[in-house]
Design a protein. Sequence first.
Length: 336
Amino acid sequence: MSTTNSGLHCTISAEVLHHLVENNFGNATKVKEFALLQGGLFNTTYRIQLENASYTDVILRLAPERAEMAAGSASDPLFSFERTMMAAEPVVYEYYRNASIPAPNIITCDDSGSIIPRTYMFMAFFPSKQLDHSSISETDKERLYHQLGVYTAIMHQIEGASFGWPQGDCSIKGSDQWSEVLHSFAEETALKAALVEYMPGVGEEITAIFIKNKDLFDQVTRPVLVHNDLWEANVLVHVENGELNIAAIIDGDRSMFADREFEAILSTESMAFHEGYDRPLDSSAEGQARRLAYRILSSYFNAYVHEHQVNQPEDGQKYRQRTLDLLEQWKQLEHN
């Protein structure tokens, strides 16, 4: 079962693809045609047309290959939460469905590693386009952003038993204290960056923010579900009752139970989104400081990921500079 490697994004042979189809849909199922979908840097995605199956048009998504080293070690190319996030995706979408948030239809998700050393899932394909599609008018986009704000507010009402990452068995890997989850995330990013001598000293500086200001973050006591990667490409829309509506919020695999204000889309300038969301952000000095710290951590993580995980150096440079600029803002905050 040979595979072609390209960083984390890793294609599979036609033989393996046919084997996965037969294993999940039965020996009578035939692959009519399949195509590798472009755009993914982390997961590898195929669209497959089937014959003699209850689903005739499906999406196959495969997580990166499992490494031999211990998960979570500094030399592991993946972050510890990334090792389990695809297996947790069906759990996240079940939360969505229970709250009437439109979600993809997952047919099956296999985390066993018995056929291929990767977590994979089959999902039903449905005709749609991404919210960033050029054919969507400004008027429609405004209305869709309002819808997205409404759904995001509903999502942020879904409470977890603790802070951290949902797992495939419905548990949460994290802590009762929000500061501990943030500290752990910052520390793991810093360790990986140090291993490749990336942005020397910056990781330690960022980790220190979450150690020194533990009490600031532990003022947040209510863990709620945040998507953690909510942008236009992860919102699918389709025509329903003669107008465009949100069909599904996808790629929920980075979701976590967190402070609701950890959700980066809350910094959007879209008035329509905020009208739909209809909840003000914490305008206190503490609230503003927390949001700045979240932006620093997110930007630093994205800088490392784009430079050293998915080989997107131009984006990496943007996030790198943003991280340094935001750190300067934090230092000014500390001096005032």
